[in-house]
Design a binder for this molecule. Structure first.
Ligand code: FAD
Length: 558
């Protein structure tokens, strides 16, 4: 493996002589994502020539501290499903480390402070952690790296969360990230490791040494962290950990025809008993599964079949989408915002908290949309096209609410919530970047019907509609009162009326998007807050004018 060419390594920048550091004796392996043993170059390197390896995970209150004021159980930033998934993944990692003669050392606190404390306390000479592109981790890493370099600790921070090194792709592309999938593929080429052996030969790990004054615990339970297990009727079927990731992966790739013929966006978004895709995203998010190992497994299947699909639609193509978004996110300042984001169209979105809450809490009155939002809340996972439908509905399709608001809800509730991919897809779906065909809107009524005419998905996630006849399951407000009564679901009482009329709302959205695009074109990317305010006022005036003339017309007909 040529992994060593992909890392950051530093020695003392303070001029401290390295000989004083007792080199090669104690290493600290800092786990954040990358919660796995397989294909983990940072862990391999930590184990090499070390007397003691300290495998550390820091429980970060920013993500893990309960927040009773949040709109769903969990912390301020993460819903309970994701926190549970993380704890399960840590328990699994601890078990694997114990099998290798070690254990996971869990600390709690601000991660960079905790790690720096451990570096001091344990006389560490080698610090290893997976490279992370997220701004939050970049900032943490900078703090830890500057301390480590100052005192002459060797740092090894390889790229193993993505197929490619985003920084290298950006460099190859002349300093900016490629902004289309095809140009990304062209620049990226084949990963250098694609035909090398990634499997690690770790059969044991040097044990941790003396723990000094550091407060170490076992992996905590939800209860230990101050959470109460929810008494929900349906728990997410997605459980965390490397073992489960590898089991799911082998189950997915065992069906060679399925892998060879995988074609997105084909596939049924309403399939929930047996989802149409791998459901490996949560494992990739936390690094319970190596994307490179996943890639090689797909490659292996493809080698042994006559014909297979190709990127962007193939399964391998999906992993490349992931790398595409990671690269653009890494190379775009303010990627997670509209303002100050040079690749994002400036659009005067509404900030309508009532509509946002109706969408978030599955109360839009459109069963297809609400069922998807219930699946999000209960499972923390939905099919890609289902995500398309609800994201389009909230933003450019019907409600015209800012994509950042929808992004926040996904960020909290998804188990696979991923900074680069989530923001990238919200930019896409709101026609703010990457994709600009704002006339193509998903119908909240007919889209789901194509896949699931009987509405089984809706009946499962919205049991209040379980007895609604299939003719009305996607539009229950159209059912005569006698049918609503028979189905024990009165619209407006047991289930809400639609929050908007799709036909007129989508028409209005198209009109507003057209005006916003025009403004962006005219001002060539220099749209200010004032320009957006002016456009918002103009659109409001147009609307008032339009409804006045409609009323006049009706009067004169009458
Ligand atoms: P599969 O189809 O089996 O694909 C395998 C892997 O490829 C996935 O696990 C994922 O890592 C990657 N992948 C697939 N589709 C995409 C894509 N469009 N973009 C980038 N990578 C992709 N995915 C996340 O992992 N985290 C998110 O926070 C997230 N937010 C999203 C928000 C919106 C609005 C939309 C439309 C999509 C979002 N996605 C996100 C992308 C995609 O929906 C999921 O990755 C996919 O549905 C996960 O299911 P799977 O593992 O069965 O995918």
């Amino acid at each position: 493996m040529k992994l060593l060419s992909h890392h950051f390594r530093s020695v003392s920048s303070s001029g401290l002589p390295m000989a004083k550091m007792d080199p090669g004796s104690n290493s600290l392996m800092w786990f954040r994502k990358g919660l796995r043993i397989h294909d983990n170059p940072a862990l391999d390197y930590a184990a090499k020539d070390s007397k003691h390896v300290y495998p550390v995970f820091v429980i970060d209150p920013r993500y893990m501290e309960p927040d009773p004021t949040a709109f769903s159980p969990g912390s301020a930033r993460a819903g309970l499903n994701r926190i549970r998934f993380l704890l399960e993944s840590l328990t699994d990692l601890d078990k694997s480390l114990k099998n290798l003669g070690s254990r996971l050392l869990v600390l709690k606190g601000e991660p960079s402070e905790m790690v720096i404390h451990c570096l001091k306390e344990w006389n560490i000479s080698k610090l290893c952690f997976e490279f992370d592109t997220e701004p939050y981790y970049q900032a943490l890493d900078d703090k830890v790296k500057s301390y480590a370099s100052l005192v002459g600790i060797e740092i090894f921070s390889p790229v193993s969360h993505t197929l490619f090194n985003p920084a290298e792709i950006i460099q190859k592309n002349g300093g900016t990230p490629p902004l289309s999938y095809q140009s990304f593929i062209k620049v990226a080429g084949q990963p250098f490791w694609s035909s090398s052996c990634l499997s690690t030969s770790l059969s044991c790990l040097p044990p941790p040494g003396n723990l000094g004054s550091c407060t170490i615990s076992e992996v905590p339970s939800l209860n230990d962290l101050g959470y109460k297990e929810s008494e929900e009727d349906e728990r997410t079927p997605i459980t965390g950990g490397e073992s489960e990731a590898l089991r799911r992966l082998s189950e997915s790739i065992a069906d060679k025809d399925w892998v060879a013929n995988f074609e997105k966006p084909k596939g049924d978004p309403s399939a929930f008993l047996k989802p149409a895709t791998t459901v490996l995203s949560p494992y990739l998010k936390f690094g319970c599964l190596s994307p490179r190992y996943f890639y090689q497994c797909i490659q292996e299947v493809q080698k042994n079949v006559k014909r297979h699909t190709s990127p962007p639609v193939s399964l391998l193509g999906q992993l490349l989408w992931r790398d595409f978004f990671y690269t653009v996110a890494f190379g775009t300042p303010n990627f997670d915002k509209m303002r100050g984001n040079r690749i994002c169209k400036q659009i005067p979105w509404d900030s309508n908290d009532e509509l946002l809450a109706a969408w978030r809490d599955a109360r839009t009155g459109f069963p297809w949309i609400d069922a998807i939002m219930v699946q999000l809340r209960k499972w923390g996972w939905m099919h890609h096209l289902a995500r398309h439908c609800v994201a389009c509905f909230l933003t450019r399709g019907d409600l015209y609410v800012h994509w950042e608001k929808g992004r926040d809800v996904f960020e909290r509730l998804l188990v696979d919530s991923d900074w680069a991919i989530n923001n990238g897809n919200w930019l896409w779906l709101s026609c703010s970047s990457f994709f600009y065909q704002y006339n193509r809107i998903y119908s909240p009524i007919s889209f789901g019907k194509k896949y699931d005419p009987n509405g089984n998905y809706i009946r499962h996630f919205l049991p209040v509609l379980k007895d609604m006849p299939k003719e009305y399951i996607y539009e229950p407000w159209c059912a005569p009162l006698s049918i609503q009564t028979k189905a024990k679901c009165i619209i407006g009482k047991d289930y809400p009326k639609p929050v908007v009329s799709h036909d007129s709302a989508s028409k209005e959205c198209r009109r507003r998007l057209a005006e916003a695009y025009e403004l962006n074109k005219k001002l060539n990317g220099t749209v200010s807050e004032e320009d957006l305010k002016k456009l918002r006022r103009k659109l409001e005036e147009d609307m008032i004018q339009e409804s006045k003339s409609k009323r006049l017309k009706q009067k004169s007909i009458g």
